[in-house]
Design a binder for this molecule. Structure first.
Ligand code: V47
Ligand code: SF4
Length: 359
């Protein structure tokens, strides 16, 4: 065991923070098993052997988008073949299906639609709540919130208040990509800056809503960009404590315009999940999003510091448009089985991590 791992073991034992230089050294190390062991120890201390999942359904309300991020195979321009926008009645039906399948959460995001009024988004939330007031709506990224603020000429906090009043319960973690501007200028030049993403999320947390944070990795970024991203997220969490889970998203390359893109291998995926677990000492949960990782790597990630497998999802589009070879939906039984066969205890949670059932 070399010096790096001995030093980090000591730091973890003494509840000391892992530095940016430590995180970079871990990314540069090829000792995947030693990295995984450290991450598993950090997770054991925080979450014992419990692994969370939830029963949820995704609704991507539109794929029309005024931005053209080069990593995105989901978005279409207005008038382009394959573009769609769900009517409120479609959204109602999908929410009804979700309730019938036992879902407690609707996860809803979409493109930045060129012409829908702000009222559409309020009506969408109200429509879902009409189906069941018990459904938790986790919707809209910081990118959408900033767009709504321009659209409605309201401040971010006014937008958030209006959305909350219409039924918004919390926010997912998308749109963060890599927060460093140099990478953003290459992969998503029209998208809000990393600085703005952080500002919007800070306001959202200050308005009393929880969110997640993501990191899209495996495209044009360097390890140092990942470390900077993790640092910016950790610093914001120190100020607000509003993040629930961190979700590294493995880039899916098909139908995208990222030059030379090859996709993320199992080693890089596990390493990135594990280092996120080790570095983000102020996060309770690290989630393996099986849609982008595939079920086998997502399950294996449970031995690399991960304590959450997201949920049943139903009808995922963003990753599958980009070639994800995972299923569109998995059953609750399948998730429970994956967790059990990793020797861990499955716990169904709601969106806010209240425990609903221990299996
Ligand atoms: O923001 C887009 C990413 C995100 C691709 O908070 C891609 O619980 C991989 O944020 N390959 C949306 N990723 C998904 C997301 C998410 C998913 C599950 C759970 C939660 C949560 C959040 O998907 C986007 C973008 O970063 N994305 N294109 C692609 N080709
Ligand atoms: Fe639009 Fe989001 Fe796709 Fe970018 S990632 S093009 S903002 S839908």
């Amino acid at each position: 065991m070399n010096n790096l791992f001995e030093t980090l073991k000591d730091k973890i034992r003494n509840n000391q923070r892992v530095s940016d230089a430590d995180a970079l050294a871990l990314f540069e190390s090829n000792d995947l098993l030693a990295i995984g062991e450290l991450a598993a120890e950090v997770n054991r201390r925080k979450n014992s052997d419990r692994v969370f999942f939830n029963v949820n359904r995704h609704i991507n309300y539109t794929n029309l988008c005024v931005n053209q991020c080069i990593f995105c195979a989901f978005s279409k321009e207005d008038g382009e073949e394959g573009g769609y926008t769900l009517a409120l009645e479609d959204i109602r039906e999908k929410a009804q299906e979700a309730v019938a399948a036992g879902a407690t959460e609707i996860h809803s995001v979409g493109g930045l639609h060129p012409s829908l009024p702000f009222d559409f988004y309020l009506d969408m939330l109200r429509t879902i709540k009409e189906v069941s007031s018990k459904l938790h709506i986790k919707a809209f990224t910081a990118v959408e919130i900033d767009y709504f603020s321009q659209l409605s000429r309201m401040s971010v906090s006014e937008v958030v208040e209006a959305l909350k009043a219409a039924g918004l319960g919390s926010m997912p973690g998308g749109g963060a990509e890599i927060l460093g501007q140099e990478v953003r200028d290459k992969i998503c030049p029209e998208k809000i800056s990393g600085k703005r993403w952080l500002e919007v999320i800070e306001e959202v947390h200050n308005a009393g809503l929880k969110s997640n944070a993501t990191m899209l990795f495996g495209h044009l970024e360097e390890y140092s960009d990942r470390v900077e991203h993790l640092r910016l997220i950790r610093e914001l969490q120190d100020r607000t404590h509003g993040f629930q889970s961190f979700i590294p998203l493995a880039f899916q390359p098909d139908n995208t315009r990222v030059p030379g893109a090859k996709g993320v291998g199992g080693v890089d995926a596990l390493k990135t999940l594990a280092i996120s677990r080790i570095y983000l000492d102020n996060f309770q949960h690290v989630k393996a999003y099986w849609v982008m990782l595939g079920l086998k790597i997502a399950q294996t990630a449970l031995c690399f510091g991960v304590n959450d497998l997201d949920g049943t999802v139903i009808e995922e589009q963003i990753g599958h448009d980009a070639g994800a070879d995972s299923p569109q939906v998995i059953s609750q039984d399948r998730i429970i089985d994956l967790i059990r066969k990793a020797g861990r205890t499955p716990v169904e949670r709601d969106t806010l991590y209240n425990e609903l059932k221990v299996y």
